[in-house]
Design a protein around this ligand. Structure first.
Ligand code: GTP
Ligand code: MG
Length: 207
């Protein structure tokens, strides 16, 4: 069992140079604009820390949150790390130049931020085969260092009908929803996702 001991907003940066020192393990959340990255962070932390919106392009900076969890076991262990909320890929409603600057900053961050332990790639459960997600997943797999992991999670699970939900879950996919009732009933719930995240941070091979 994991106890959520603390979480808070730390700071924002526009690019790698502006980020806090890489002195703590980090989990970054990436995916298409509007896929639900900020919402997912709030759901997992059970706190309204990351700003979300129904309009794509809400998160425009690299946002850092400190997280303190306790893993309850025979010998309990406190783990401090950071969550990083990122701008989404593919946001089209800005000029080409601005879009390129954002995406360059984002890829530079993902490539060179040495303290990233886990990349969480969020994919819309209704659109699992989009080219942009396949591209993102391919690039992340190429840049993974031996101490880094990639975890894919399917968001907006509540928007699928029962058959579609069952099919996706049967494939062994990790699924998430901002609707606790749906996700907790049959699909492992937030606890399972937190455990997967912590395993990724600690480099435990289960994913
Ligand atoms: N039904 C449903 N809606 C969701 C879920 N997760 C997020 N949303 C909605 O999707 C919209 C986008 O959510 P955000 O969390 O802002 O998405 P984001 O990926 O952070 O978007 P950007 O910051 O623009 O990249 C909001 O209206 C959320 O309420 C979910 O699991 N189910
Ligand atoms: Mg966001």
């Amino acid at each position: 069992m994991i106890i959520l001991k603390d979480s808070k907003f730390l700071t924002s940066a526009t690019n790698l140079q502006g980020c806090p020192p890489p002195d703590m393990m980090e989990v970054v959340f990436l995916g298409r604009s509007n896929v639900g990255k900020s919402t997912f962070i709030n759901t997992i932390l059970e706190k309204n820390l990351a700003k979300s919106s129904s309009t794509p392009g809400k998160t425009q900076l690299i946002n850092f949150f400190s997280v303190l969890w306790e893993k309850k076991a025979e010998d309990s262990q406190s783990i401090s790390f950071r969550f990083v909320d990122l701008p989404g890929f593919g946001y089209a409603k800005v000029s080409k130049g601005t879009k390129k600057d954002w995406e360059d900053n984002l890829w530079n961050f993902l490539n060179h931020r040495s303290c990233i332990k886990l990349f969480v790639h969020l994919v819309d459960a209704r659109h699992t085969q989009l080219q942009i997600d396949e591209y993102v997943s391919e690039i992340i797999q190429k840049l993974l260092k031996p101490d880094q992991r990639l975890l894919s999670i399917y968001t907006k699970f509540d928007k699928l009908n029962k058959n579609e939900q069952h099919r996706l879950y049967q494939k062994g996919k990790l699924v998430a929803s901002n609707n606790d009732k749906i996700i907790n009933k049959n699909y492992g719930g937030k606890e399972r996702i937190r455990e997967m995240i912590l395993d990724g941070v600690l480099g435990i091979e289960r994913i």
